[in-house]
Design a protein around this ligand. Structure first.
Ligand code: SF4
Length: 305
């Protein structure tokens, strides 16, 4: 499959089939914590590549094979709203499947009415907020120079008024950049102004684009989460709620877009870490995935190109 990956298990969204509308990595931001590696060159130019007809043909073939998922998710190797026809994916999911649709977006183009209009076709939309002003936005996400923090937040507020579905928010905590309580409080106040249904505070659990980015300690992440109110919870590694059968295909699908730690894989497949290792090592030798250490943790990720 060129554009589909998974379904991958997630605690919040169940089994999610990913649809990659931005391959190879194409993004408006170059977040320091990005688990997909550095953005070669940030852009805000929206395109119709890959052809949406090809993407939908692949999705229809997948559906025809009898497979199913809880969510069909626009996400992948960059920012899906850079695709001018990303809304067609949600129209197709609604008209032709029993699945729900999910948009995972960095939110940077929500200042555009046409992006908000098409995002509103999804059942669930998740956007991000890691900063409280233009300077902190630039420090955390290294955005395309044309992007204005205030315009994005204004876009979120307008979208909240237009959108009847569930709006989720991700806040990524980078120690030394946005982890002071007064900084988190300022982010929380902005979040409150557009009332997300759920807020997830994440920190680096996978190798980041900037190797200087470290993980926020669990106790501190817990304390910061409390500042965001009752809708907030801590993220982190996401084992599935339901046991997932350990097969080569399931494992390769899970690590095909970004690295997953040995610990998280063991939790997902309900195995011990040594059992998981025994399964992973032959796949690494066959170059179906790559095993590597980062910050003293073993990860499995996509094979080297
Ligand atoms: S984390 Fe998401 S928004 Fe940030 S650079 Fe990576 S793909 Fe783009």
């Amino acid at each position: 499959m060129r554009y589909l990956f998974g379904p991958v298990p997630s605690r919040r969204y169940g089994r999610s089939l990913g649809v990659d509308l931005a391959v190879p990595k194409t993004c408006t931001l170059d977040c320091r914590f990005c688990q997909l590696g550095p953005t070669p060159e940030t852009t805000v130019t929206r395109t119709d590549r890959p052809p949406i007809a090809e993407v939908l043909a692949e999705l229809r073939a997948w559906l025809a094979s009898g497979q199913t998922a809880d969510f069909i998710t626009a996400c992948g190797s960059g920012e899906p709203t850079l695709h001018t026809h990303f809304g067609d994916l949600f129209r197709c999911v609604r008209a032709e499947t029993a699945c729900r649709s999910l948009l995972l977006s960095n939110g940077s183009l929500f200042s555009l009415p046409e992006v908000r209009r098409d995002a509103a076709l999804a059942d669930v939309v998740k956007v991000s907020l890691h900063a409280w002003d233009q300077a902190s936005f630039e420090r955390v996400t290294r955005p395309h120079p044309s992007l204005r923090f205030d315009a994005i937040i204004a876009g979120y507020r307008t979208f909240r008024q237009q959108f009847a579905g569930r709006l989720d928010l991700e806040v990524f905590i980078v120690p030394g950049v946005n982890d002071a309580p007064d900084q988190a409080q300022r982010i929380a106040a902005i979040a409150q102004s557009f009332s997300p249904d759920a807020i997830t505070l994440n920190t680096a659990v996978r190798p980041p684009a900037d190797s200087g980015v470290t993980a926020c300690p669990p106790e501190q992440l817990h304390a910061l989460t409390a500042l965001f109110g009752p809708a907030a919870h801590e993220g982190g590694a996401e084992p599935a709620d339901a046991p997932v059968e350990l097969t080569e295909a399931a494992l390769i699908a899970l690590v095909s877009r970004h690295p997953v730690s040995l610990h998280a894989l063991a939790a997902t497949f309900r195995k011990t870490e040594p059992e998981m290792r025994v399964f992973l090592e032959p796949l690494a030798r066959r170059r179906l995935l790559r095993l590597f250490d980062s910050q003293s943790t073993l990860f499995a990720g996509p094979p080297a190109p």
